[in-house]
Design a binder for this molecule. Sequence first.
Ligand code: PRP
Length: 206
Amino acid sequence: MITIALPKGRLGDKTYALLSQAGYGIPAMENVGRKLVIEDEEKGIRYLLVKPADVAVYVEKGAADLGVVGKDILEEEGADVFEVLDLGYGHCHMAVAAKEGYKEDPSRRVRVATKFERIAREYYAARGRDAEFIHLNGSIELAPVLGMSDVIVDIVETGSTLRENHLEVIDRFMEISARLIVNKASYRFHEKEIDGIRRSMKEALG
Ligand code: PRP
């Protein structure tokens, strides 16, 4: 049996639709309720419904053979998995943003609020910029508005959260979309089945 970890929520809905088009309709998805595991015995596939931020962990640890995850989470987790297909949906980007008109003072350490601390640390380390990180779990845009941070490193999709809080993008640095990932050991043992699923998903994308 092949196990696939799927994200719940927005990315999940698009993923279930794609899988269904690819011939892997999840049985009784409409009345899934609070179930976390769904089995398709006929196809030999088991689906795990998990938090988007946890998909890469399930796949890296081998609890799932395959998973669908945003590139942002993949980078943030630094997951040791194979990334085998760009699914082309869930598009957004990672950016540094600040209050409109913000001028950085290079003589001072920059204060960065983010929930993507690893990505933010790598960004500033690569630029040799001294930075201090404030870890938040959401509503990141509040931090510069309140003067708690100078900038944020966060996801921008439509840009409306920034606009409505009078913030603007300073640097757009990572393009994000949903990716199909594979556990490294599973790929060795189930190469044929995994390649079959990957191919069907790719074809369904058109
Ligand atoms: C994400 C992100 C931004 C917003 C960007 O937050 O952290 O706040 O979406 O989208 P936009 O450019 O279309 O406005 P999310 O909705 O996940 O909520 P959060 O604030 O709880 O992280």
